[in-house]
Design a protein around this ligand. Structure first.
Ligand SMILES: Cc1ncc(COP(=O)(O)O)c(C=O)c1O
Length: 451
């Protein structure tokens, strides 16, 4: 293994050996996949469950804390956390108790329950935005936030940064440049995608040029990109984005779906950011589906004045029959009050540092000039000595063959690695011993590639 590079032959050879081991120890999952293929494409109830992994998906039997057990009886210590939607653990007692108690009093009314006020107040306090609405996913929250921004500004164009992911919406599933977007997946509405402009993360000059045209309703971004590894903002980036959006009467939407798990109050609070809208989802419900978005007083007032009503003029296109149901809300309340405490964030961040230090030390021992990402509990592999400044830099570290071989090797040794584009992350449910186990198996993997 030479510095900086890993021999492809070594990856392929190791992967082939690990694939054999995987097949022989996951026979029950294989049987279930075969049965499932008769009733579901690829044998999965949701296509990502097959597409996100280079190997056949496993069927899960049960989980608790940061461990889960597959139907063949193998237990894994998990560093993916269902792509940060299970950062509170797989069966957090506070959430289990809250939903069991609430369920006995009814599941769904299409009317508010008092607990909604508690959650909105908790979020308002934590994220410093006064008005909140709920959906069932981050994608749902982002769709509504974008419509609100479009209607408020009377403009339709949205700006995203390259390397973004903001959920399954036609105008977000795009690649392109400052002139416009095109679908980056099949089946996406090309005319919706065309209205989105794509600017390089950390590129204030191009952002300024695009906003000057005066047709941009909103800029949407994560505070730090988290779906191409991690890309951190340059020191002046967020101040620049805010100044430019204000100067051009464009709204700023911060997507904290992932980054809320890295700091109490999200990176918005940690970094003193001032968005018009914040969108949340994933682990906000401690594992129970929920999405949420918070808005300024001005937007709340706008929403009230343009409510969609059964009779009368058409209003803002928001809502879903099962949104803001009692179970989502009590799960979120328990999560916010009892799990995602300031102390829990500090513990997770310390584990993230342990993970990142360990990754860099393991790489150094193998003469690999790699860096580890550091963002709360989240780490990850940067395969270069310099951390990325934008998505193009970051893509160079997304070595799919290496990631795939590593996850298979680790799975065969009881460690569930993060999906490509993400990075291993320590959650509220991990301990230092769990992180040590990840690092022990990583060392074995690098040894195996070198031998
Ligand atoms: C930053 C970000 N925003 C939004 C979403 C959409 O979340 P969901 O698929 O739960 O709607 C994701 C999902 O990965 C995400 O990473």
């Amino acid at each position: 293994m030479s510095a900086g590079t890993i021999d492809r032959e070594a990856i392929w050879t190791l992967r082939a050996v690990e694939q054999g081991e995987f097949e022989s120890r996951t026979r029950r999952s294989a049987e279930l996949t075969e049965r499932a293929r008769r009733s579901m494409p690829d044998g999965v109830p949701m296509a990502w469950m097959a597409g996100l992994y280079g190997h056949r998906p496993l069927f899960v039997a049960h989980g608790d804390g940061c461990h889960f057990t597959d139907v063949d009886g193998t237990t894994y210590v998990d560093f993916n956390q269902a792509d940060l939607s299970a950062t509170c653990g797989f069966a957090p007692p506070a959430v289990l108790e809250a939903i069991a108690e609430r369920a006995r009093r009814g599941l769904q009314y299409l009317l508010p329950v008092e607990e909604a006020i508690d959650v909105a107040e908790l979020l308002a306090e934590r994220y410093a935005l006064p008005g909140w609405q709920f959906t069932l996913s981050a994608s749902g929250a982002i769709a509504e936030a974008i419509r609100l921004a479009r209607h408020r500004t009377g403009r339709s164009t949205i700006v995203v940064f390259g390397g973004h992911y903001h959920g399954h919406l036609d105008d977000m599933l795009v690649e392109g440049d400052e002139r416009g977007g095109r679908p980056n997946l099949l089946g996406v509405n090309a005319s919706a995608a065309a209205g989105t402009r794509v600017v390089g993360f950390n590129d204030l000059e191009v952002l300024g040029r695009v906003l000057e045209r005066g047709d941009v309703a909103a800029v949407i971004t994560e505070p730090a990109l988290t779906n191409v590894g991690v890309v951190l903002p340059a020191d002046d980036f967020h101040a620049g984005v805010r100044a430019l959006t204000r100067a051009h009467a464009t709204l700023l939407l911060l997507d904290e779906t992932h980054t809320q798990t890295f700091a109490h109050g999200g990176l918005t609070r940690a970094w003193g950011l001032e968005p018009d809208v914040i969108t949340l989802g994933k682990s906000t419900g401690g594992g129970i589906p929920i999405g949420a978005y918070g808005m300024t007083d001005d937007l709340r007032d706008w929403m009230e004045r343009h409510r969609d009503t059964y009779v009368g003029a058409a209003g803002l296109a928001t809502g879903g029959t099962t949104y803001a149901n009692p179970l989502s809300l009590v799960a979120a309340r328990a999560t916010l009050r009892e799990i995602q405490t300031p102390e829990a964030y500090e513990r997770a961040a310390a584990l993230g540092t342990q993970l990142a230090d360990g990754i860099e030390a393991a790489a150094a021992r193998h003469a690999l000039p790699w860096r580890a990402h550091r963002l709360g509990g989240r780490s990850g592999f940067c395969l270069e000595p310099e951390l990325p400044r934008d998505a193009r830099d970051a893509q160079r570290s997304l070595d799919v063959e290496l990631i795939d071989a590593r996850r298979l090797f680790m799975a065969n040794r009881g460690v569930w690695d993060a999906i490509a584009g993400a990075g291993p992350a320590a959650s509220f449910a991990h301990t230092p011993a769990d992180v040590d186990e990840y690092l022990r198996v990583l060392e074995l993997f690098l040894d195996a590639l070198a031998s």
